[in-house]
Design a protein around this ligand. Structure first.
Ligand SMILES: [Cu+2]
Length: 136
């Protein structure tokens, strides 16, 4: 490889690892309770979760359709607050759609995130791939 290309490659790697602060705009959605009592919503995944702020009610089941919009990059969805009824860890392969179900039992605000990472680069979470479940 020509020395110049190596230089560019190193520069690109450094830029990736240095990492700016990622500021992700908040998109909030309050899930409606259907007639059968289930709160349904959908979240799409590219490099982030859309929406990234879900508002639900405690004590009623939630069904979330997680839809990957990527062609190569795998993601996951981790929401672990067992004492609040939340114990979800689901892989969402590139282009796949997965439905997760849980029933939040305790009001509060809980963080969900993707912990995937490529080699030594920052994790998706560190690059802003996280969101909040607000339980009312
Ligand atoms: Cu991810």
């Amino acid at each position: 490889m020509p020395i110049r290309s190596v230089g560019y490659l190193l520069l690109a790697m450094l830029l990736c690892m240095a990492g700016e602060d990622y500021v992700v705009a908040e998109e909030s959605v309050e899930l409606a309770v259907a007639e059968d009592g289930v709160q349904r919503g959908s979240v799409s995944l590219d490099d982030f979760y859309h929406p990234n702020h879900l508002i639900v009610r405690a004590g009623k089941p939630v069904e979330l359709v997680l839809k990957s919009l990527t062609t190569i990059t795998p993601h996951n969805f981790i929401l672990k607050e067992p004492e609040a009824g939340l114990n979800v860890e689901e892989e969402i392969g590139a282009g796949k759609t997965v439905t997760v179900k849980f029933t939040p039992t305790r009001p509060g605000t809980y963080t969900f995130y993707c912990d995937k990472r490529l080699l030594f680069f920052k994790s998706h979470r560190e690059k802003g791939m996280e969101g909040r479940l607000e339980v009312r």
